[in-house]
Design a protein around this ligand. Structure first.
Ligand code: HEC
Length: 119
């Protein structure tokens, strides 16, 4: 009796685990959408911003460098996006790439903040 019960419980647990392994498709799609957004952002960053932000040219905060973003990241995404679009200190508006749209700038800044979470 006792073994049967244990086996039964084990079966339930296995069932739960296997069901869990198959998450609803909508969730997967959402994750995929976020991932590809970040891929788009990374490509935009490489093309338009990396030249300064990978090495800290003129004091540009290096992407993913917690220390260099301290005090900046805290301003919040809206202020950061505003600074990136309109220029800030030694950073020219949009890094001098006026063809980059405001939406793209926002996406890149989201990517910057995402990199801070990782490091
Ligand atoms: C010509 C070099 C250069 C390019 C290209 C460049 N940046 Fe910058 N960026 C800087 C510098 C320098 C700073 C630091 C400005 C300061 O604090 O005086 C900065 C700062 C920033 C900040 C922080 C602003 C703040 O409030 O602290 C953001 C966000 C940013 N850049 C986004 C971007 C994005 C997005 C791009 C690409 C579209 C980009 N930058 C391209 C030089 C550049």
């Amino acid at each position: 009796m006792c073994t049967n019960r244990t086996q039964f419980l084990l079966l339930i647990v296995m069932l739960a685990v296997s069901l869990n392994g198959c998450s609803p498709p909508s969730e997967n799609h959402q994750e995929a959408a976020v991932r590809s957004d970040m891929e788009v952002a990374e490509a935009l960053y490489k093309k338009n911003c990396k030249v300064c932000h990978a090495q800290g040219i003129n004091g540009a905060p290096i992407v993913g460098n917690q220390k260099m973003w301290t005090g900046r990241a805290e301003q919040g995404i809206d202020v950061l996006v505003d600074h990136a679009i309109n220029g800030f200190g030694l950073m020219p508006p949009k890094g001098g790439k006026s063809h980059v749209t405001d939406e793209e700038v926002r996406l890149i800044v989201e990517y910057y903040l995402e990199q801070l979470k990782k490091s």
